[in-house]
Design a binder for this molecule. Structure first.
Ligand code: ATP
Ligand code: MG
Length: 373
């Protein structure tokens, strides 16, 4: 008899509604693990939160890296409390440190129209929206190379450079091609702006064309970022996998989930897809799964935050860990519960949270999904 599959998960609830959406999401994961015969060991950490910072003067303990590297994945709520700690301290001292230190070079977000969720575009599209945005997460436009010249004079000028490395560009493009290849539509859209940004963007285009030769089964198209944003709104159902640089990917990865409804349901993964825990020759860099939304101080403490973004992030985590059947079951449970509620069944509007025009609580919606799993 083989021993059951087992995974260790670092659980970091963080601040604000992160603390509220985490418990029901952990119960959903637990339910999926029980049903599909694997084990999840949750290691809960109070740091990477403003509460911890106010007590200790630092966002993270000195051994945070070892603690996280002892886990298979990181499950993160939300960080930030601008009223007490400035964002540049709370974000740079937590999630951005993880991203950098663990070289999480892919940011992956699904954009999918869930039955029952009111999308600003649902009526116009009339067709299923189901695509992914893939954002380069480590270099590009978000470099700190640059500075000011002629300071204090009339010629005062600031310059900030974009950095595209061959390794950095190739690995995100290749990841996007692999993802496209694994999906039925097999289509890759590349976001670019080579008519305006005349050195770095043509390089990106050139790498896409080069790598495309390895994927003859994947259809490739490229659009300038401005018209691509327009197409996201006008015909979101035609996209499958959309890849972009750090800046363009950032824009598209917020626009995509916005096209499919409330920010409260959207998940996000920061991945290092090439790191292998079992490989003794390279350091282990765990990936991180979180909701798109932040700590939402305006609704924190009321018990009405939508837990679906956190639960769906857990679904992405199970898929990443190789538990495909459990991940599929979680996705079906989310879709079933939301679709049913919108139709007035299964508790109706009483189980949907207020951001979905309902009267329910975090606990009620979370429990309904847990039951369904
Ligand atoms: P960050 O800077 O981390 O992105 P933010 O303050 O810009 O955080 P959010 O915390 O995501 O943004 O909140 C934006 C708005 O969306 C807020 O008005 C909040 O009430 C609402 N919101 C965010 N998440 C949820 C959720 N899970 N359920 C309901 N409403 C939410
Ligand atoms: Mg924000």
């Amino acid at each position: 008899m083989s021993s059951p599959r087992s995974y260790t998960i670092a659980v970091i609830p963080g601040d604000g509604i992160g603390l509220e959406v985490m418990p029901p999401a952990l119960r959903c994961l637990e339910a999926a693990a029980t049903r599909f015969g694997f084990k999840l060991e949750f290691r809960s950490f109070p740091w990477a939160s403003c509460t911890y910072y106010l007590k200790h003067g630092t966002m993270l303990p000195s051994d945070w890296k070892e603690l996280l590297q002892a886990c298979d994945a990181i499950y993160f709520g939300a960080v930030g409390d601008p009223a007490t700690v400035p964002d540049h301290i709370s974000l740079w001292g937590s999630i951005l440190a993880f991203r950098r230190e663990f070289d999480q070079y892919i940011n992956l977000r699904p954009c999918r129209l869930i039955p029952g969720v009111t999308s600003p575009l649902a009526n116009r599209a009339g067709k299923p929206i189901d695509f992914f945005t893939v954002r380069e997460n480590t270099e590009g436009e978000y470099s700190s190379i640059g500075g000011m010249i002629f300071e204090g004079t009339e010629r005062e000028t600031v310059i900030q450079n974009t950095v595209f490395t061959r390794v950095g560009v190739d690995r995100v493009i290749r990841y996007a091609f692999e993802l496209a290849r694994s999906r039925p539509a097999k289509k890759l859209t590349s976001a670019t702006k080579s008519n305006g940004i005349s050195i770095t963007m043509p390089y990106w285009d050139q790498r896409v064309e080069e790598i495309a030769k390895e994927y003859p089964d994947v259809q490739v198209e490229k659009y300038h970022i401005d018209i691509l944003c327009a197409h996201f709104v006008q015909r979101p159902h035609t996209f499958d996998v959309v890849v972009g640089s750090n800046l363009f990917g950032d824009i598209l990865s917020d626009l995509g989930p916005a096209c499919t409804g409330t920010i409260g349901i959207a998940p996000s993964a920061n991945l290092n897809p090439s790191s292998r825990r079992e490989d003794p020759n390279t350091p282990w860099f765990p990936s991180l799964f979180e909701p798109v939304h932040g700590s939402a101080p305006d609704i924190a403490g009321q018990g009405i935050a939508n837990p679906v973004g956190m639960i769906w992030a857990g679904q992405m985590m199970l898929e990443h860990l190789g538990e495909k059947n459990a991940a599929d079951a979680m996705m079906r449970a989310i879709e079933t519960v939301l679709g049913r509620a919108k139709d007035g069944a299964g508790g109706g509007l009483n189980i949907l949270t207020p951001d979905m025009q309902g009267k329910g609580t975090t606990e009620e919606l979370g429990s309904a999904i847990e039951q369904e799993i």
